[in-house]
Design a protein around this ligand. Structure first.
Ligand SMILES: [Zn+2]
Length: 235
């Protein structure tokens, strides 16, 4: 157990929320309060949350948001210019709470675990070994692996044909699996009804799978619990 002196800092202490005139301001406040009730983190650099509004492009896909970190080309280190962006367009609203938790998951992966040159999960940080093993063994990740290999997904009785294998590979990257698992962890541990509803909606959809059925997620939830406790982020 590594108990860090600064472990008891609320996650929201690092996040600069949207000002009150923004449409997503109440949602941001709600999600930050939810995360604060689940765990703390260490002393982290501040990061602003920003919003934009953009509907589906010609591909039909709607961007939900993003985590941005500027990296110095010489040293490979993050320069401190960080931001989380959220799409406030109505087409992106169905999963907006999980999107914010997801992007905060990327921020923690990047800045709360040692070397800031890369995301800890992508760099193979040993602190994530148990999380990685349980995630790899989950039916959700196995389904994506099969999809990447065969080019087909059967989801809730619907066969998705001509799937975008590049997108499936993107979903399989360790840091993306981490961010999705972090969002689900926050939803399940907090019991936030709106966040749980967003996950339930995703699970019942016939689109690319991005979340875990609750039983499938249980070992991953336990691994994240252990990871956060080892850092003193949860009692
Ligand atoms: Zn992501």
């Amino acid at each position: 157990m590594v108990q860090q002196a600064s472990a008891n800092v609320p996650v929201s202490a690092a996040l600069i929320p949207l000002g009150p005139r923004y449409k997503l301001a109440p949602v941001v406040q709600e999600v930050l309060a939810t995360i604060d009730a689940v765990h703390t983190d260490g002393q982290l650099p501040t990061i602003p949350i920003t919003s934009y509004s953009r509907g589906a492009g010609t591909s039909g896909n709607v961007s939900a948001g993003g985590y941005r970190a500027t990296v110095d080309a010489q040293t490979g280190k993050a320069t401190g210019s960080l931001s989380i962006e959220l799409n406030s367009h109505e087409q992106a609203m169905r999963g907006v709470r999980n999107t914010l938790a997801h992007e905060i998951g990327h921020f923690l992966d990047h800045r709360a675990f040692g070397d800031v040159a890369d995301l800890a999960t992508r760099a193979g940080d040993p602190a994530f070994a148990d999380w990685r093993a349980t995630a790899d063994a989950s039916a959700h990740v196995q389904q994506l692996r099969t999809a990447a290999r065969t080019g087909t997904i059967v989801r809730n009785g619907v066969r998705l044909r001509s799937i975008d294998v590049g997108y499936v590979r993107y979903l399989l990257q360790p840091h993306e699996v981490w961010a999705r698992s972090y969002a689900q962890y926050v939803a399940e541990v907090s019991g936030n009804p709106a966040m749980l509803a967003e996950i339930a909606r995703e699970l019942s959809s016939a689109r690319y799978p991005t979340q875990w059925a609750q039983a499938d997620f249980a070992p991953i939830r336990a691994a994240i619990d252990t990871l956060f406790r080892s850092r003193g982020w949860r009692p």
